[in-house]
Design a protein around this ligand. Structure first.
Ligand code: NAP
Ligand code: G4F
Length: 328
């Protein structure tokens, strides 16, 4: 039986990946940071077989100890401060966790077992002020946030350890992917949760920032399949994972509100607090390499993704109303 260690198991992707690996016969460990992490019970409920090991991307010795305990064949490094907005406010911490955290995991692998296969969660945010459209594996990077800069470091240090120490280390350059499990700080979930509350009379307005930004939004469940496929190849390489379609935040609003029988113009207000010091205007990925080499393709369309997120949030908020508390 293969054993995988996932950092960031309590996040959106960690949960989907744990489910996918468990279903494929892996023994799965999740690295958990902090004490009494409230998200652990969610992981335990959804993927009962997962075991937990303590560790923090800020703490080198805890990562070495975690690898010694789990003896994994594969490590997926999904842990990060992943919210771009927060990265502007906590730039140094973002560099430490999202950037230097990667080299700490790679050093732990080099120390404990060089045969471990390694996946790094790189991001389309690295393309930033894009140099070409659509973006592929050769497109130069121009990050626009402390998060994007930290991810560029993580990307290149993964490549460097592959070339320097012959590690099986891959980066997936993943474009935005969303789901019912997306954190409420990200625009898609903020919108679908807002739609649900407006529909049920719990809220009247939704305050947002830049509606013109365009993103290539896919479904998270599809994207974790690609992570796993990358580690099954004969040679370690980097892959862009994307749908090849782009939509503006405004289009997301239109689809989400109309799915619930509402008009977004009646409810959305502009709030400068949600504008960023520098913005990524347009992302659209070219996943030709992943399609041809990994046989990967997305299965959930943009309207279907929006609809399932809205339906889920309406269900959750209805249940919260029945219980008399707001659903967290
Ligand atoms: P997420 O929901 O924000 O999850 C981030 C995870 O990182 C959480 O489990 C968090 O743990 C953990 N973490 C934070 N600080 C840590 C630390 N110091 N040590 C160990 N773990 C720490 O992110 P996601 O959407 O699942 O994304 C997974 C990865 O893919 C991230 O690296 C993200 O940057 C990258 N990515 C995401 C997308 C996307 O569209 N979702 C696209 C490209 C790349 P707690 O919850 O316990 O704090
Ligand atoms: O949902 P977002 O916060 O995601 P963003 O910045 O694209 O980052 C996500 O995708 C990256 C991949 O490209 C990941 F690497 C990263 O970890 C994360 O998962 O914002 C999307 C767009 C931005 O242009 C933002 O300015 O929506 C715009 N926006 C407008 N109003 C807003 C809001 N974003 C948020 N979070 N909240 C708003 O009120």
């Amino acid at each position: 039986m293969k054993t995988a260690l996932i950092t960031g198991i309590t996040g959106q992707d960690g949960l989907y990946l744990a489910e996918h690996l468990t279903a494929n016969g892996y023994s799965v460990y999740g690295l958990v940071h902090g004490q009494n992490n409230p998200r652990l019970s969610v992981v335990e409920r959804i993927v009962p077989g997962v075991e937990f090991v303590e560790g923090d991307l800020l703490d080198q010795s805890s990562l070495i100890a975690a690898l010694e305990t789990c003896q994994p064949s594969d490590v997926y490094n999904l842990g990060a401060i992943s919210f771009v907005g927060l990265s502007f406010k906590q730039a140094v911490l973002t560099g430490e966790v999202t950037g230097l955290g990667v080299v700490r995991v790679l050093e732990a692998i080099r120390t404990v077992n060089k045969e471990i296969r390694f996946y790094q969660a790189s991001s389309s945010e690295m393309f930033g002020k894009v140099r070409e459209t659509p973006q592929n594996e050769q497109t130069p990077f121009h990050p626009r946030s402390p998060y994007g800069v930290a991810k560029v470091y993580g990307h290149y240090i993964t490549l460097n350890y592959r070339e320097s120490y012959n590690l099986f280390a891959c980066s997936g350059i993943l474009f935005n992917h969303e789901s019912e499990r997306r954190g409420h700080e990200f625009v898609t979930r903020k919108i679908t949760n807002g739609v649900a509350k407006i529909k049920l009379g719990m809220q009247k307005q939704l305050a947002l920032g830049n509606l013109d930004a365009q993103r290539d939004w896919g479904y998270a469940g599809d994207y974790v399949r690609a992570m796993h496929l990358m580690l099954q190849q004969d040679a370690p390489e980097d892959y862009v994972i994307a749908t090849g379609e782009t939509h503006s935040v405004r289009e997301f609003l239109e689809v989400a509100f109309s799915h619930a029988g509402l008009k977004w113009e009646d409810h959305v207000v502009s709030d400068p607090r949600f504008l960023r010091p520098a913005e990524v205007d347009l992302l659209i990925g070219d996943a030709t390499k992943a399609r041809t080499r990994l046989g990967w393709q997305p299965t959930v369309s943009f309207p279907a993704l929006v609809a399932r997120m809205v339906d889920n949030d309406i269900r959750l908020q209805e249940a919260a109303l029945r219980r008399g508390v707001e659903e967290l």
